[in-house]
Design a protein around this ligand. Sequence first.
Ligand code: CP
Ligand code: NVA
Length: 319
Amino acid sequence: MPTPHFLTGAELDAAALARLLDRADALKRAPLSSRAFEGRTVALIFERPSTRTRLAFEAGVFELGGHPAVLRADDLQLTRGESVRDTALVLSRHMATVGLRTGSEAALAELAAHATVPVVNMLSPLHHPCQALADLMTLREAYGELAGLHLAYIGDSTNVTRSLAVLAGVAGMRLSVASPPGYSLADQAGWKPDQQAWHGGQAPWHGPGAADRLTLCTDPHDAVAGAHAVYTDVWVSMGDEAHASERRSALAGYRIDDAMLDAAAPGAFALHCLPAHPGEEITAEVLYGSRQRIWDQAENRRHAQKALLELMLEEMPGA
Ligand code: CP
Ligand code: NVA
């Protein structure tokens, strides 16, 4: 069996995802109930800033009995020319698992190709699958079941959107994404929502009714009609800073506010991966009001990531 990595979310099939979310719920109820990482160290390597991902992994590894080794990429000899391959080989001799946040899909792929321990994508330009796990956990907490749930996503189609698309597909949800022209998932490099699953399950957006479950459109009102939750991400992602002002103009009509939630299903709430920019992609009224589960979502990062770490350890050859 190959080393289990978690790079896009498509590695999980529906059964593995449900098992992971059940485990995340259990760990939320009893955060100190597992010692799965006792005596093990997890490297958490950040090339880009992070608040939630770092805090959730650092506290989560500690709660699992392990030691989190948090490194900025420039702490490593990588910045002095050591190859990703050699770094992967050495990390694998010391670490139980390696997390990487990077601006380079190629570096992540290279790390995973050579590591003999699990590699977790802690955010890359095109993917943020750890975020999507917490998002689905939060939706399941609210509605009990994911299959058939309708999630609307409004704004820039980011790494967060793409990972949601993958994992919402795995979960049998309906996802409607409204983005301005040029900011759609379909405009992203290599967009193909049909990657194969690590557990050999069905690719997320194939099979009966799949075409109706993922809608890409431009009008937010089309996306939110009937939606059980409305999600957004920043307008200027890490790496997009040079185009900040054109992005803000293009995305100006794509803000979650009370009127947007009124247009969704009764009881619909807002989600946001954070960090937020109140007044841009979401109003302060929604962000700090009662029609959101954003702060629960931020907490759920820890529980979901702990369940992921445990699952990957179990899936290691010879475990
Ligand atoms: N949502 C998220 O990944 O936040 P950070 O960038 O703070 O880790
Ligand atoms: N799309 C954002 C997500 C931050 C968690 C970014 O990549 O900066």
